[in-house]
Write a protein that binds this ligand. Structure first.
Ligand SMILES: NC(=O)c1ccc[n+]([C@@H]2O[C@H](COP(=O)([O-])OP(=O)(O)OC[C@H]3O[C@@H](n4cnc5c(N)ncnc54)[C@H](O)[C@@H]3O)[C@@H](O)[C@H]2O)c1
Length: 229
């Protein structure tokens, strides 16, 4: 586990309570030297890398004209550069066994544009394409790359950026009328990392309760699913 926040790392390390299988390292994934140092430590402890999940992400939701270049770079730095750098470092280790799985974490915001997401949405669209590049180039040496695009999930990030009104709008628009849970996202990620997904490469899996499939939807029609209007 790599994270910038030592408190988060400590808490998760304690919850997992498995020092033989868990290594928690403070690392800013947008800084090349920190990523290389962390992956060196991972290789030293475990001797190999079977799977990499590029999950670190940040969000700044602002209109295009109000998003500063620093904010744009901050979001792209973690969400896109981070995935590029961690993948590059891990691929060197995976290559030795000609085996590995990369799962990048995008968002529905990477599949379709929505308000205030010039930095976040662009970073997530880019990571979807980065995944395809990785799948094409690395498939030949036994490394698979796939991307999970979650819909709204109840996590620290969504608590920070989703107001009560936004939550209620999401409930209305998502066919399953709720947010996802971190466990539901983790189940999809775990599957893509596992041998069960051995021939799945270069795919984007939306884990979103049908949010992507629903498009914009028509609220009045949704309220009258029995056909009455
Ligand atoms: N929560 C949602 O509704 C939602 C929806 C779609 C996609 N996602 C994506 O899922 C992923 C996880 O999001 P979350 O909701 O759990 O967010 P979160 O804020 O709860 O967790 C993100 C973690 O990334 C860490 N992090 C941030 N910048 C970092 C950096 N530069 N280097 C290392 N670690 C860094 C943070 O410290 C934090 O622990 C993100 O990529 C996010 O964009 C979340």
């Amino acid at each position: 586990m790599l994270d910038t926040e030592t408190a988060t790392l400590k808490q998760t390390e304690q919850a997992l309570n498995d020092s033989a299988r868990v290594l928690a390292l403070q690392c800013d994934v947008s800084v090349p030297a920190q990523v290389q140092a962390a992956i060196d430590q991972v290789e030293k402890k475990f001797g190999r890398i079977d799977a990499l999940v590029n999950n670190a992400g940040v969000a700044v939701f602002k209109p295009i004209g109000e998003t500063t270049f620093e904010e744009f770079r901050y979001v792209l730095g973690t969400n896109l550069d981070g995935a590029f750098l961690c993948s590059q470092a891990c691929i060197e280790v995976m290559k030795k066994n000609r085996h590995g799985s990369i799962v990048n974490i995008a968002s529905i915001s990477g599949l379709r544009a929505s308000t205030l997401r010039v930095a976040y949405g662009t970073s997530k669209a880019a990571i979807i394409h980065l995944t395809k590049q990785q799948a094409v180039e690395l498939g030949t040496i036994g490394i698979r790359a796939n991307v999970v695009a979650p819909g709204p999930v109840d996590t620290e990030m969504s608590k920070l950026v989703h107001s009560v009104a936004i939550r209620s709008d999401y409930y209305d628009t998502i066919p399953m009328n709720r947010y996802g849970t971190p466990e539901e996202i983790a189940n999809a990620v775990g599957f893509l990392c596992s041998p069960e997904a051995a021939f799945i490469n270069g795919q984007c899996l939306a884990v979103d309760g049908g949010f992507d499939a629903s498009g914009v939807g028509i609220p009045t029609l949704r309220k009258h699913q029995d056909g009455s209007i």
